[in-house]
Design a protein around this ligand. Structure first.
Ligand code: FES
Length: 318
């Protein structure tokens, strides 16, 4: 599956992977603000750090002068992280002012992102917010007194709606309204919920119920969901794969890309099942008992399937 990225996205990505001096990939030692979003288990994770020029008398006049990121993700996750850092450094703004930067600003900076990749920009905005909250604690700034809602993260704890991505009801309610999400596809594109097994789509209290609660019941044509995980159609209009086609593609990539490397080291891999976008695998041979089995599954197997089959795939070691 291929994606149509803008020139800007590709340029930022290539500069980052080639370690060009303009890239912001990395981590600031002893940063003034530190924030993380996502998790490697869910396929995308971002660590964001910034350094400020401190104002000795008023922390609200601190200026962000340097921003860095580390991400475990695809082309768009890297480009969106680069965009976030560039926007912040260009603005030379205070951390509080940086809270005004939204995922839309990141998308605009890139000249657009495929709909299915919007979650990369959302991840950037959320890591930035977490880093600013962290800065406020370090600098003794009372964000609540400035009218900024700092209880979001605690409020986001609650009943899990999407177990595959560990997303709670309060978090999804908030994101549906903040990002004006009107369908399950849009939720999946923005925050990934619903993008794997699909069982949360129409379960009681699931994604459709949250949408109905937020916007009222919509005509079925606007909210219908096929039996396969929907989501994002790739740019260029490639059709969704059937379960059979998906299984064949997965096998092909494993045979061509993954198994030869594992076998070279005395290991192997067996597919146990495929449900929606969840691929259940079992490592064999020396790989089965290797201390780095989780990394093998995520960094080698899952990444190969994301790159060559569908970026929504998650691989679970059973
Ligand atoms: S529970 Fe939401 S995608 Fe699996």
């Amino acid at each position: 599956m291929t994606w149509e990225y803008t020139e800007k996205t590709m340029q930022l990505f290539m500069d980052a992977v080639h370690g060009k001096p303009s890239s912001h990939m990395g981590e600031i030692a002893d940063p003034d603000g530190f924030g993380e979003h996502g998790s490697i288990a869910c396929g995308d994770a971002l660590r964001f750090t910034f350094r400020t020029e401190r104002d000795p008398s008023d922390p609200l006049r601190d200026r962000i002068v340097e921003a860095r990121y580390l991400t475990f993700g695809c082309t768009s996750a890297i480009a969106a992280s680069e965009a976030l850092c560039a926007i912040i450094e260009d603005k030379k703004c205070s951390p509080v002012e940086a809270l005004e930067i939204t995922n839309r600003d990141i998308v605009d900076y890139l000249g657009g992102l495929p709909e299915a990749k919007i979650h990369c920009s959302v991840m950037g905005a959320e890591a930035l917010e977490a880093a600013v909250f962290n800065w406020a604690i370090r600098r003794g700034v009372d964000l609540a007194a400035l009218g900024i809602d700092i209880t979001r993260q605690e409020q986001d704890e609650g009943r899990l709606v999407c177990k595959c991505f560990g997303l709670s009801e309060p978090y999804l309610r908030r994101k549906i309204r903040e990002l004006n999400l009107r369908s399950i596809t849009q939720i999946t594109n923005a925050v990934k919920a619903g993008g794997a097994c699909t069982s949360c789509h129409h379960a009681p209290g699931g994604l459709q119920d949250l949408l109905d609660e937020a916007w009222g019941k919509q005509p079925t044509t606007m909210v219908s969901t096929p039996s396969l995980p929907i989501g994002p159609q790739p740019a260029g209009g490639e059709p969704e794969l059937s379960p059979y086609q998906l299984a064949k593609r997965v096998e092909k990539v494993l045979d061509e890309d993954v198994r030869p490397k594992l076998q070279h080291d005395g290991g192997d891999l067996e597919i146990v099942d495929i449900k929606g976008m969840l691929v259940y695998c079992r490592l064999q041979g020396v790989c089965a008992t290797c201390a780095g089995a989780t990394s093998t599954i995520k960094l080698m197997v899952e990444q190969a399937l994301k790159d060559r089959v569908d970026e929504r795939i998650r691989v679970i070691n059973v």
